[in-house]
Write a protein that binds this ligand. Sequence first.
Ligand code: DOR
Ligand code: ZN
Length: 345
Amino acid sequence: MDRLTILRPDDWHLHLRDGAMLKAVLPETARDFARAIIMPNLVPPVIRGQDAAAYRERILAALPDGMSFEPLMTLYLTEDTDADDVAKAAGSGLIKAVKLYPAGATTNSASGVRDFQKVEPVLERMAEIGLPLCVHGEVTDPEIDIFDREAVFIDRALDPIRRRHPNLKVVMEHITTSEGVAYIGETEKNLAGTITTHHLIINRNHILVGGIKPHYYCLPVAKRESHRLALRKAATSGDRRYFLGTDSAPHTDALKEHACGCAGVFSATNTMSCLAHVFEEENALDRLEAFASRNGPALYGLPTNPETLTLEKQSDPVKFPAKIETGDGPVTVFDPGFDLYWRVI
Ligand code: DOR
Ligand code: ZN
């Protein structure tokens, strides 16, 4: 097969930032994707409905003429979040999810949740109104090894939340472990997981062997090879519970190539080419549409996109820029470490 047409995909986990960075990275996503769930971890974070409405306007204003793209907004859950404000923003259609960051887990998560009891009323209301909770699933306990933080989060935090709120729809975002895959796989209702492009391609050796590679560092950090293989199996299975959330997260090179480098992989530019490559390797090109275009809308109760996207396999490698220029400085594009032949036409 050298040509593949699928329903136009969506990205169910995306960082667009703001200002000059937003302007530079938005076209990279809007070129291939119809919609994306927009992460609210700005500085300051997108906490109230009015913040999300203003951010949405800034995104639409940054969209180049002739491109169409629908930002699906989220709110950043804090211990002071007002359940009425959440319900109002959801009722008007403005927001599609609320994002839970355990405080300190990742970039701009300082305003996140320390005491899960404090957000119980909001979770209760979300369960009532059918608003999904997107979860950054890592514990922050300094005693817990960084490579175990996702698995421990499932036992200590996620499973208890789901038992208290069986009707709450939960998206476990950017899963990186076989434990994450298994937990979702054994659950019939109200739980799904997103998987990034880069976690299908790199394991922790890519970050650490032969010199440290800051552009492969993200959170949750890539794990050992057996986990990558479990993620590949889940993503290419067609199972409705797994779908694409790139977690494309731009940081300037100056902040990545640093003594204390930021977490985030910027993959918006070549994600569809990378995914076609991975799905072809797994003999699963016929399931790329489920992963990138069908399973996400089904979980969020949204229609699939009416348009299509076509990928073509060329005989010569596709040329992608190594970096994109932004008003804040260059941002390195994810390097899968092999040539890509599939091109969006
Ligand atoms: O690698 C990451 N980058 N993981 C996150 O959870 C946040 C993101 C960011 O905002 O840069
Ligand atoms: Zn993210």
